[in-house]
Design a protein around this ligand. Sequence first.
Ligand SMILES: Cc1cc2nc3c(=O)[nH]c(=O)nc-3n(C[C@H](O)[C@H](O)[C@H](O)COP(=O)(O)OP(=O)(O)OC[C@H]3O[C@@H](n4cnc5c(N)ncnc54)[C@H](O)[C@@H]3O)c2cc1C
Length: 432
Amino acid sequence: MRCAVIGGGIAGLSAAVYLSDAGNNVTIFESAGTAGGRIKPVNFPGSDFPTLDYGQHALATAYKYTFRLMKKLGSYELLKVPNRLDITFIKDGERAKFTTGYLPYPFDLLLGIMGFKFISGKERRSLIKFLLFIKNSDESFYTSTDLLTFFSKHNQSDNLITTFWDKVILSIFNTPTIDVDPQLFVSTMRKLFFDKKDNFIVFPPRRPLSELLISPALDFITSHGGNVRLSERVVNLSISENNIKKIVTEKDEYSDFDIVILALPPDKAAKLFPDSELKHNLECFRFSPILTGYVKVKKPFLKEKMITLVNSKIDWIFNFGNYFSVVVSANKEISGLDKKEQKNIIFSELNKFFPVFSIDNVLDLKLINEKKSTIMSDNLINRLRDKIYSPYTNLIFAGDWTNTDLPATIESAVLSGKNAAWRVENSLKLWT
Ligand SMILES: Cc1cc2nc3c(=O)[nH]c(=O)nc-3n(C[C@H](O)[C@H](O)[C@H](O)COP(=O)(O)OP(=O)(O)OC[C@H]3O[C@@H](n4cnc5c(N)ncnc54)[C@H](O)[C@@H]3O)c2cc1C
């Protein structure tokens, strides 16, 4: 089958890989000059930074579809998944480790909780009890309440929430805890901690995602006869008889396809449709920002590899030796400031938490401020995800925001692409 994939982010590439693998003829249309979308490579000419990702990303051992894709592409070995979780929490000048040691699942997680000294014995017990409840519960019960009420029902103290849950939640949902949809929270936590009987590890990839996913995917697609049209923005879809008949780009028009996979963020996808309920729903998605600062220092001063700051504007710090990244998640106020103010905030927070930090030690600081890093994970948006379906016979949606029952992450994007390819293979063949 001839498949047109619109959008060369990881969702579109995932669809294209699986479609090519099944023997289909694939053409990707990507508006940018580089594929990868929100995980595209970023270079800062004239600086000493290596190739970086478009914003700091972290992966988790629960990312089974992403890892499967890497295995198919032959890049999984480059990933070098660490063999244990090791996070340092810093709060009021004190440090506490959350480390899972080398015990097998589920004792690794238990060890992490038992050794985490920022929570009391009582809080530890209620955290374990709550996790067991999540493991065994049916998330469909929790639609009517908000997450803080849900936490309080399960004896999660304020300290547990600010010290532990806020950090977990921001890194997974990129949405303030108070807004997160409890149903999505429960189903995600179950997948994260209990679905895969592997140790629970979260880690920043030590190689750029372009090397792990984007370039290998492009090589795979082209070596299977696929076509990648970069710098070719799709501006219109010509629709008749409930079918996409023509794809109009800034450069040309195409009608030599049987099926279209639309792998764009919802606001971009909305622009391609005539006035309709679908267009309206796509326009209703709201987004959450992430600010990443890549900091290059003369003399490395951070000892730990993965640090989270409690009661700070900075959420995470990932240490790569002579540079480190700082991440500010879901903070619209900071994301709305100018670069100078953002830099001042980063420096002042670093000063507060690391007495040895000095601006004189900073060689370079590069900021990536993406206001639409992910969709929000609140109840309204999560319901909206369920409502989006294609009314056109030969069009399928993909993207991290589609209904994958996962938060909007790389894993969700990869799965959405795989699902789209599966649908082409299994159902649409019957309809066309
Ligand atoms: C700063 C930051 C940090 C993040 N951190 C994490 C993390 O730690 N862990 C995690 O799992 N996820 C994280 N994410 C989310 C993750 O990057 C996304 O979920 C994922 O990359 C989305 O992929 P996608 O293919 O669905 O969308 P996109 O990557 O947005 O791809 C859409 C593509 O469509 C193209 N396009 C747009 N309009 C058109 C058009 N009209 N015609 C043709 N092409 C078009 C775009 O150029 C883009 O390449 C983060 C995102 C950001 C920005």
